[in-house]
Ligand binder design. Structure first.
Ligand SMILES: [Zn+2]
Length: 117
């Protein structure tokens, strides 16, 4: 259970003290979250090899698809809005959640391949 909280709060998988990202990023200022190469507390290397976070892209895709489907069900099926309005809500929601998805996808990816030593 604590691992799920650690993933959601983007904590380092080894020391569980330091956050993986130093900045959260801002979609309004077009800033992506900044992640240092190593953990500042325990020196754990987040990017295990070159291109390691390529796979996190698929996690991010799954998160975005789940959010879009949730918006679709909520606003189209339950609230019965017109398809054009629902489309703009889905686009706006995925735009707002993009930095959150970026951080969460990388955090999930790091935890998938973390082996306690
Ligand atoms: Zn650490």
């Amino acid at each position: 259970m604590s691992s799920i909280l650690d993933i959601l709060t983007c904590k380092c998988p080894k020391c569980k003290k330091t956050k993986i990202f130093e900045t959260k990023g801002s979609i309004w200022r077009f800033k992506i979250p900044y992640m240092p190469i190593n953990c500042t507390t325990c020196n754990y290397k987040f990017e295990r090899e070159t291109g390691f976070f390529f796979g996190a892209m698929f996690v991010s895709y799954a998160l975005a698809a789940a959010e879009m489907i949730a918006c679709l069900v909520l606003f189209w099926l339950l609230m019965d809005l017109t398809p054009l309005i629902v489309f703009f809500i889905v686009v706006f929601t995925s735009f707002l959640c993009s930095t959150f998805n970026f951080r969460l996808a990388r955090s999930i990816w790091i935890y998938i391949f973390y082996k306690a030593e």
